[in-house]
Design a protein around this ligand. Structure first.
Ligand SMILES: Cc1cc2nc3c(=O)[nH]c(=O)nc-3n(C[C@H](O)[C@H](O)[C@H](O)COP(=O)(O)O)c2cc1C
Length: 163
C-alpha cells in the first residue's frame, strides 16, 4: 500500500484521466468512487444537477479505506458549481476521518472553483492541504501536465516536511 491515495468520481473520463496522471506522478494508489446508479445520458445529467443543487448525494462506495493513508487527494467534476454528488457522498462518509486531504476539480469552464473547495472543507471540517482547478479541454488535450507537476510537487514537499 502506498501512503497516498488518489480517488475520484468521473462521469465522462476527464477527472479520471487527471487522477491517474497525478497518481502516477506521486506513486499513489488510485481508486475510483463508485455509485449504484448511472449518470449516463441526458437523464444522468439532469439527475447530477438535481442532486448537486439539492445537496442530495447517492450512496457511494470505494475499494480503498481512505483513513489508512497519510494523504488522500480527491478529484471531482464540477456539477452546478458544486462537488459532484458522488464525491459529496464519499466525503460525508469518510471526510472527517481522513488524516490529510487535498482536492482537484475538472470543469467545462476551467474557472477557479473556490466554492467547490469551500464546500469540501465544510463537509470534512478541515482545511484542504492544496487545491487545483482544471479545465476539461486542458486535461483531454494533454495540456494539464505543468499544473499536475506543480500540484504533485507541492504535495510531495508538504508530506516530506510532515515526516
Ligand atoms: C451534471 C453536470 C453539471 C455540470 N455543471 C458544470 C458547472 O457548473 N460548471 C462547469 O464549468 N462545468 C459543469 N459541467 C461540466 C463538467 O464539470 C465537465 O464536463 C467535467 O470535465 C466532467 O468531468 P468528467 O469527464 O470526469 O465526468 C457539468 C457537467 C455535468 C454532467
Amino acid at each position: 500500500m502506498a501512503d497516498i491515495l488518489v480517488t475520484w468520481f468521473s462521469r465522462s473520463g476527464s477527472t479520471e484521466q487527471a487522477a491517474r496522471a497525478l497518481a502516477g506522478r506521486l506513486g499513489a494508489d488510485a481508486e475510483p468512487i463508485l455509485t449504484a446508479g448511472s449518470y449516463a445520458g441526458a437523464a444522468g445529467f439532469v439527475r447530477g444537477v438535481w442532486q448537486s443543487l439539492l445537496r442530495r448525494p447517492p450512496a457511494a462506495r470505494t475499494g480503498a479505506d481512505p483513513t489508512a493513508y497519510r494523504l488522500v487527494i480527491v478529484g471531482t467534476p464540477v456539477w452546478a458549481g458544486q462537488p459532484s454528488a458522488p464525491v459529496r457522498s464519499y466525503l460525508r462518509q469518510y471526510g472527517p476521518r481522513i488524516r490529510s486531504l487535498a482536492a482537484f476539480c475538472v470543469s467545462g469552464s476551467g474557472a477557479p472553483y473556490d466554492e467547490v473547495f469551500d464546500e469540501i472543507e465544510d463537509l470534512t471540517g478541515s482545511e484542504l492541504a492544496a487545491t487545483l482547478s482544471l479545465a476539461q479541454r486542458q486535461v483531454l488535450a494533454g495540456e494539464a501536465d505543468a499544473a499536475l507537476d506543480a500540484f504533485a510537487g507541492r504535495l510531495r514537499g508538504d508530506l516530506a516536511k510532515a515526516a
